[in-house]
Design a protein around this ligand. Structure first.
Ligand code: NDP
Length: 275
């Protein structure tokens, strides 16, 4: 019988994970089935118990269940622990191992696929929600000269900076103060959910000046207000989060199956043109 995997979320109809993992399985000749599960909002644990009883080997987790998955795991990787959330589970006997590949997927997309170095560069990250939190340690491990974290609710960014104190040069700012800090950023990353509603974080215009890359974590939205502003300020490289999505999936696949599929063609196929 084929090994079973799935993605769980609510809603789940939009998920590209079955397509991505199905493609990876075909590319690598792995015998597995991968399905999408709409998890009940108050019954994550019971639904995953059932999936494990049915012989599941692993699970991807999307909104709103990443914190439930964190609680469900009985072992956590350092990335999951630091992110405070789990986006991938592996089931080995009684072991329920929680991982979080979102941050590493984002870093891989920036540094490998887009060829933008973060080491020694100035990086600005907008947002202090789950995605930003998961990206902090992988970003700091790239050894930027400075990582500036800005959030609408400043207290959330301050709390994150306290938690990650000692991990690298992390500085917190509100949006209003950002204009004074803006000596020029090499990489500007939008890890807010503003673009999902067609909104623009309240950025001063000068933050994009001289930037090499503007990266939008939301994907499939085309030219969001954030990317449009970056283009207007002359940023040459613009990207959305489709590469991050595929790269975190490739990390999960490698963790489960022991081999890493190539990602370039799939990213190209899933990319919605930024125009
Ligand atoms: P959360 O809900 O955890 O956090 C949302 C963040 O956005 C908060 O910091 C919030 O600020 C901020 N925010 C929302 N609206 C605005 C606004 N109008 N102006 C300024 N800040 C705003 O979301 P996630 O961290 O889970 O997701 C963030 C983004 O990342 C989403 O677009 C999501 O789709 C994307 N994502 C992409 C992935 C991929 O694989 N490409 C994976 C995971 C997420 P405040 O704290 O003040 O409310």
């Amino acid at each position: 019988m084929s090994d079973r995997y799935a993605v769980i979320g609510n809603p789940i109809g939009f998920s590209k994970s079955p397509l991505i993992h199905g493609t990876f399985a075909n590319m690598t000749g792995q015998d597995l089935v991968y399905e999408a599960i709409e998890g009940p909002l108050n019954g994550f644990g019971e639904r995953v118990d059932q999936f494990r009883t049915d012989g599941a080997k692993g699970l991807n987790i999307t909104a709103p269940f990443k914190l439930d998955a964190f609680d469900y795991a009985n072992e956590l990787s350092e990335s999951a622990e630091r992110a405070g959330a789990v986006n991938c589970l592996k089931f080995v006997g009684d072991r329920i191992i929680g991982e979080n590949f979102d941050g590493i997927g984002l870093v891989r997309d920036i540094t490998v696929n887009l060829g933008v170095k973060m080491a020694g560069r100035r990086v600005l990250m907008l947002g202090a929600g789950g995605a930003a939190r998961g990206a902090l340690l992988p970003f700091l491990r790239q050894e930027p000269s400075e990582l500036v974290l800005v959030n609408r609710t400043l207290s959330k960014a301050v709390a994150l900076a306290e938690e990650f104190a000692g991990c690298g040069p992390l500085i917190v700012s509100g949006y209003a103060e950002l204009a004074d800090l803006a000596e020029g950023y090499d990489v500007v990353v939008n890890a807010t959910s503003a673009s999902l509603r067609g909104e623009m974080p309240p950025l001063p215009g000068n933050v994009f000046r001289g930037a090499e890359l503007a990266y939008e974590l939301a994907y499939g939205k085309g030219l969001t207000p954030f990317l449009q502003a970056a283009r207007g300020e002359g940023v040459a490289k613009l990207a959305d989060g489709v590469g991050m999505l595929v790269e975190q999936a490739a990390e999960a696949f490698a963790w489960w199956r022991g081999l890493r599929p190539s990602t370039a063609q799939l990213i190209a196929e899933l990319t919605v043109p930024l125009s």
